[in-house]
Design a protein around this ligand. Structure first.
Ligand code: MN3
Length: 205
C-alpha cells in the first residue's frame, strides 16, 4: 500500500473528558482509516503511488476531473487528520515566549486569537476545517470547506480543528462552539504549533 494510516500520537482515552475514547476510536480507526483505504485504491497503478502525500495533494488540486477530485479529497483528508491529531495533546502548555509574541503581534493577544478562531470555526458552513496559518509573514485564522488544507494556496499550516460533525457529535451533539472552545482551552499542543513555524511549508515539498 502506498499510504499508511499513522497511529494516534496518544492513547484513545488520552483526551478524556474533553474528547471521548469512543469518538477518537471511530474518528481514527474508521474515518481516517477509510480515507487512507480509498486513497490507496484510487492511486493504485498510477504514477501518484510513488509520490509523497503532499505531492499527491498539490498535483490533483484544482483538477476538476472526477477521479482527480476524489484523489484530492481523500489525500487531503488523510493529511488533515494526521496533522489534527498532532495539534492536540493530553498535556497542553501555554505558548512559549516567541510564539506568544507572534500571536500578540498578529491578533492582539491570545483571547483575541481564540475569539477569531472560534468565529471562523462556528461560521464555517457545513463540513470543513478551522486553521491557524502563517501567510505572507503574518499569522492568520482561516477556515476551509470539506477537505482543503490551506497549504495548497501557499500558506504554512500551524494548527487545525476538525469541524466535520464526526469530530464532535458523540460528545457535543450540535454544539460545535462548545467543542471548539474546549479544543482551544484544553487541547491545543502549542509546542507542536511552534515547531511547525520553524518548518518549511508543504507546498514547497
Ligand atoms: Mn474528521
Amino acid at each position: 500500500m502506498a499510504f499508511a494510516l499513522p497511529p494516534l500520537p496518544y492513547a484513545y482515552d488520552a483526551l478524556e473528558p474533553h474528547v471521548s475514547a469512543r469518538t477518537m476510536k471511530l474518528h481514527h480507526d474508521k474515518h481516517h482509516a477509510t480515507y487512507v483505504e480509498k486513497l490507496n485504491k484510487l492511486v493504485a497503478g498510477t504514477a501518484l503511488e510513488q509520490c509523497s502525500l503532499e505531492q499527491v495533494i498539490m498535483t490533483t488540486k484544482g483538477d476538476a476531473r472526477a477521479t482527480q477530485t476524489k484523489i484530492f479529497n481523500n489525500a487531503a483528508q488523510v493529511w488533515n487528520h494526521s496533522f489534527f491529531w498532532n495539534c492536540m495533546t493530553p498535556k497542553p502548555a501555554a505558548p512559549k515566549a516567541s510564539l506568544r509574541q507572534r500571536i500578540e503581534k498578529s491578533f492582539g493577544g491570545s483571547d483575541k486569537f481564540n475569539k477569531s478562531f472560534k468565529t471562523a470555526a462556528v461560521e464555517q458552513f457545513g463540513s470543513g476545517w478551522a486553521w491557524l496559518v502563517e501567510s505572507e509573514g503574518e499569522l492568520k485564522v482561516k477556515s476551509t470547506s470539506n477537505a482543503v488544507p490551506p497549504f495548497v494556496d501557499g500558506d504554512k499550516v500551524l494548527l487545525t480543528c476538525d469541524l466535520w460533525e464526526h469530530a464532535y457529535y458523540l460528545d457535543y451533539q450540535n454544539k460545535r462552539d462548545e467543542f471548539v472552545t474546549i479544543f482551544l482551552e484544553k487541547l491545543v499542543n502549542w509546542d507542536f504549533v511552534a515547531s511547525r513555524l520553524a518548518q518549511k511549508q508543504e507546498s514547497a515539498a
